[in-house]
Design a binder for this molecule. Structure first.
Ligand SMILES: [Zn+2]
Length: 480
């Protein structure tokens, strides 16, 4: 087990170290030419539909490929490939001196479905309105794809020579679909993406409350995703002569039990450090509850109160929730089958099979079968035994420059390592031994998170800050 104090103390000591020569004194918005470049790329990506249903990730990859080739990147360093003609990924290698091992930057190009009739604007048109950029992917995550492409192009144009190769991989099927690009690259072209560590801007960033930066979050741990199928059958028959053996009632009872079950309270190195930091930011009863939760033994009443906050509940527990239902075949017939999907987010250190066994125990009804549903949709009677990965170590060569630059862009805002309660493509890179930090440099009001939702939008000011942050950050990462 990782020693939480050692990890956090190391991080703190480093951040007090001497400054880096190239750290800028203050944030200044990009000049007109840079704005035009970045906005042009952003607009182009938003207007290429990359949904799983009708879109093409390949079209977006090829559009970016063209930009890199036109900028003078050697053809041999720009790769486009994937399992089929709609799901091709882009990998660009920016050559360094080779003094240090490469760093990888990953971003997914695909977006969640969006229907024109649900939106005020056309989700696949890049719209500038009232200081915002609107369109599907403006938050998740074509904003950061555009920023990373812009970063590589700018550094290249300036003649910047990194001391390590910089690799950019823009990929398919993070949001859905069966052709995850990061997974595919790691399995089919591992030499293209092999790196000492990676950044994934599909998470992490600066939380704003009424325009004030509260925390700069780096996700260094993720919960493990799992779907389970609860299924039961009964004899059926005419609904005018019901019997107690009813598939719908069996399933309803099982779901009721799942609903009322709380998985055990648990902290890891990252979530403990996160709450320790939070206890100094929060006030009153909440701060007291956090301290009581962190105590030995942890205070059960405090945990119960904190668990009412859905985000925190998910930080400290494995969660399972019913997300879909299917049952019966006619209004006037007894059901022969009832099934539900239960979606679980599993804390580090536990496996999907362990959680499946937990569900069986909680449901406690042999009539209910609990199957595992793989990402491909394949259903099996047991789940994988692999455990959710432990948190990524907070390496000095990552955290030190990050702290320095956050202090310039968001003065006084603490950098807080956090656990993502969702899962991102980092699960593939972490599993492949490439420690991955989810960090976007995107600032967003906590009540204006619209990823996957309608009228997705990004404040222009947030985009420009990201555009300026990343080249500075990459320089620090690649010249220290
Ligand atoms: Zn995303």
């Amino acid at each position: 087990m990782r020693n939480r104090f050692a990890t956090w103390a190391m991080f703190g000591a480093l951040s007090a170290g001497c400054g880096l020569a190239q750290t800028p004194a203050a944030y200044t918005p990009p000049d007109a030419a840079t704005q035009e470049l970045a906005k042009g790329i952003f607009k182009q990506l938003i207007e290429i539909n990359t949904t799983d249903s009708v879109g093409s990730v390949t079209a977006a990859s090829k559009a970016m490929e063209q930009r890199f080739l036109e900028a003078g990147f050697p053809a041999g360093d720009v790769y486009v490939g994937g399992p089929n003609d709609r799901k091709e990924n882009l990998v660009v290698r920016y050559r360094g001196t080779g003094a240090k091992p490469p760093v990888l930057f990953i971003g997914h190009l695909d977006v969640v479905e969006a229907r024109r009739e649900d939106w005020t604007t056309d989700p696949f048109q890049f719209v500038e309105k009232d200081g915002y950029f609107y369109g599907r992917g403006t938050q998740d995550m074509k904003n950061c794809d555009a920023i990373l492409v812009t970063t590589f192009l700018r550094l290249h144009q300036e003649g910047f020579k990194p001391d390590r190769d910089l690799i950019l991989a823009l990929t398919a099927d993070e949001e859905g679909g069966k052709s995850n690009g990061v997974d595919w690259l790691l399995k089919n072209r591992p030499e293209l993406v092999k790196a000492a560590f990676a950044f994934n801007p599909d998470g992490g960033g600066v939380d704003l409350q009424n325009g004030r930066a509260v925390t700069a979050d780096v996700d260094a741990s993720e919960k493990l995703y799992a779907d389970f199928q609860l299924i039961t059958t009964s004899a059926g028959g005419h609904s005018s002569i019901p019997t107690p053996d009813n598939a719908i009632y069996h399933l309803a009872d099982a779901l009721e039990r799942v609903a009322h079950y709380q998985f055990p309270f648990e902290l890891n190195a990252i979530t403990r450090a996160y709450f320790e930091k939070l206890s100094t930011i929060e006030h009153g009863q909440t701060a007291a509850d956090i301290r009581a939760m962190l105590g030995t033994p942890p205070d059960a009443a405090a945990i119960a109160r904190l668990s009412r906050e859905a985000e925190w509940n998910s930080d400290i527990h494995t969660t399972c929730v019913a997300t879909r239902l299917l049952a019966g075949h006619a209004n006037n017939a007894l059901p022969q089958m009832a099934q539900a999907n239960v979606n679980c987010r599993i804390l580090p250190g536990h496996s999907r099979e362990e959680v499946r066994q937990d569900l069986i125990r909680v449901i406690n009804n042999p009539k209910i079968t609990v199957n595992y549903v793989a990402d491909t949709g394949e259903i099996s009677p047991t789940a994988p035994a692999g455990k959710a990965l432990p948190p990524v170590a907070l390496q000095a060569e990552v955290m030190q420059p990050l702290e320095k630059l956050v202090a310039v862009y968001w003065p006084g805002t603490p950098v807080v390592a956090d656990m993502a309660t969702g899962a991102s493509d980092s699960k593939y890179t972490n599993a492949a031994g490439i420690p991955t930090y989810n960090w976007s440099a995107i600032e967003l009001e906590t009540n204006d998170v619209r990823a996957h939702g309608r009228d997705e939008r990004l404040p222009e000011a947030s985009f420009w800050k990201g555009v300026q942050f990343w080249p500075e950050f990459v320089r620090m990462i690649a010249t220290e």
